[in-house]
Ligand binder design. Sequence first.
Ligand SMILES: Nc1ncnc2c1ncn2[C@@H]1O[C@H](COP(=O)(O)OP(=O)(O)OP(=O)(O)O)[C@@H](O)[C@H]1O
Length: 257
Amino acid sequence: MLELKNIQKSFDGTPVLKDISIQVNDGEIISILGPSGCGKTTLLNLILGIIKADSGQILYDGEDLTEVSMEKRGFNIVFQDYALFPNLNVYKNITYGLKNRPDISSKEEVEELIDLLGLREHLNKNIEQLSGGQKQRVALARTMVMKPRILLLDEPLSALDGVIKESIKDRIRTIAREYNLTTIIVTHDPEEALTLSDRVLIIEGGMISQYARPESIIHTPKNDFVRKFILNQLEIKRNNIYALFGDQLTVPAAQAV
Ligand SMILES: Nc1ncnc2c1ncn2[C@@H]1O[C@H](COP(=O)(O)OP(=O)(O)OP(=O)(O)O)[C@@H](O)[C@H]1O
């Protein structure tokens, strides 16, 4: 279990995270959701160990990691821009991290991940020959071969369009379940957070606005911010579609019944 206790972080005297305490169970998928600038990436970076909290503690299975370096925490991140090596093919990108630590994943385990992420037909391709969704899957595979104790994903779906987005969501869910891997995802999209995660951490003004299962957020939003910011966004999207295509949308649905 990952535990954050009373995490505080300021930049140049301005508080960004004021008092964040959460527990994340093994194998859970958690989304960190909130408006631009609310501190989502900062929290992800604190968990990863790129930056240090001003105060508070980070524990994993009871072990205090607050002062432990990023390398020794054993968490791993997939960055928003995937950060793949353009001069290496897909297979070499996936296995890059194993060059210095070949004992981490066996050949069979690498092969299993390649199949799980549907990358077999792309192994010899260069990175520039791939679509956004394919790059995302390579980035996931490259991170997974290193067997992270926690998988961190920074806006993993933001550069992808509808159908591809759904497919990557499925892959993330499959990986989390198959490997019982705790997965923490940063997103600014309520729909993404609510449909992908076991629990959603909503941050506002450096504080936790609500940390709950999607159904609780929908049915019992804890405060006005959750109601207005999160649920209104979903309502606006829905209304925009219905305002434009309401008539057309109801016809096929009625026929299908
Ligand atoms: N290294 C830094 N130095 C100074 N200020 C920073 C630094 N990193 C982040 N900030 C500030 O902290 C605040 C939170 O930034 P953060 O990137 O965590 O927000 P976010 O919720 O991920 O935003 P977005 O959704 O726009 O990516 C912002 O006001 C940002 O300008």
